[in-house]
Design a binder for this molecule. Structure first.
Ligand SMILES: [Zn+2]
Length: 293
């Protein structure tokens, strides 16, 4: 069974055909409305029109998803909230399933990636924001409103003075996301640098960079320890651009985790994701097989 999988993110839309555990004919377009258009949906429909030979469509989308629709979304994608994704794609004539992109990412790693074969997993994406998904044998836990897994919006004492992307204060995202750590470094030094440069400066002994990466990593680890105490996943998978930040962020993350996790879960493995950009495509396709079964 060939499935057309589409990952709709804040900066790009990736589509590809999925057979079993591999992707092919992957095409990427920018997440931007076409000339004279206000929504990105016409661009997505044109992208879909470039494919043939699939029996269903599996979508992984940014935003909070429920019953094929975007219940809410940030302003990253213009006019995305309220979009009936399944309804719009019904013109293809094939069955359509829609899952949140973070839930799809977690399911992809659980079925085909770093968490394959595990009892359950907690996947955490750390990049411009922080998202997560808890996946068990029943699939990703999406919750009553599609919101489950918004790990970036867990409170942490060290973030009490920071405003979050959701408008609240005190959430972990503005402290420990890649964007948050770059902004913290700018507050300390007056210099705006890239995440990669921040890493490099830490490795060169810049104490401000070391402090920001260590503090952000430790606080997120602390939160993950609390979540492990609550959910007891078999493995914790860390993905996203910040997960490749090795020298100071990762050891601090582990130390924060150990400080917070109860004894029975203190040895739960924390590993890096394996599938990268393919995780949401493979996860959405895996969900579609169950959804349409
Ligand atoms: Zn928040």
């Amino acid at each position: 069974m060939t499935i057309l999988a589409i990952d709709i993110g804040g900066t790009k839309v990736r589509a590809g055909l999925v057979d079993e555990n591999s992707t092919s004919l992957v095409r990427t377009i920018a997440t931007a409305p076409g000339p004279g258009e206000t929504s990105i949906m016409p661009s997505i429909l044109r992208l879909v029109g470039e494919y043939s030979g699939y029996s269903s469509i599996a979508v992984a989308s940014a935003g909070v998803i429920s019953e094929g629709r975007v219940v809410s979304a940030t302003d990253l994608i213009p006019h995305w909230a309220g979009t009936d994704i399944a309804g719009e794609l019904a013109v293809t004539g094939v069955p359509v399933s829609v899952l949140g992109d973070v839930h799809a990412h977690g399911l992809g790693e659980a079925v085909y990636g770093a968490a394959r074969g595990c009892h359950s997993s907690l996947t955490v994406g750390v990049g411009t924001g922080i998202g997560g998904a808890y996946v068990s044998h029943d699939g990703p836990m999406v919750g009553a409103h599609g919101v489950a897994g918004h790990i970036g919006h867990v409170s942490h004492a060290d973030a009490r003075d920071l405003t979050c992307s959701c408008g609240r204060t005190g959430h972990i995202e503005p402290l420990s996301s890649g964007t948050g750590m770059v902004e913290a470094y700018e507050r300390l030094t007056g210099e705006l640098v890239s995440g990669r440069e921040l890493d490099q400066r830490a490795e060169n002994g810049d104490q401000s960079a070391i402090s920001v990466l260590s503090g952000g990593g430790f606080a997120l680890g602390d939160v993950l320890g609390s979540l492990a105490n609550t959910l007891d996943p078999g493995i914790i998978v860390i993905s996203g651009s910040v997960s490749r930040s090795a020298a100071f962020w990762w050891p601090s993350l582990i130390a924060g985790y150990r400080s917070s996790a109860m004894d029975p879960v203190s040895a739960t493995p924390l590993v890096r994701g394996e599938l990268g950009d393919d995780a949401p495509l493979l996860g959405a396709a895996s969900y579609a097989k169950v959804f349409h079964a």
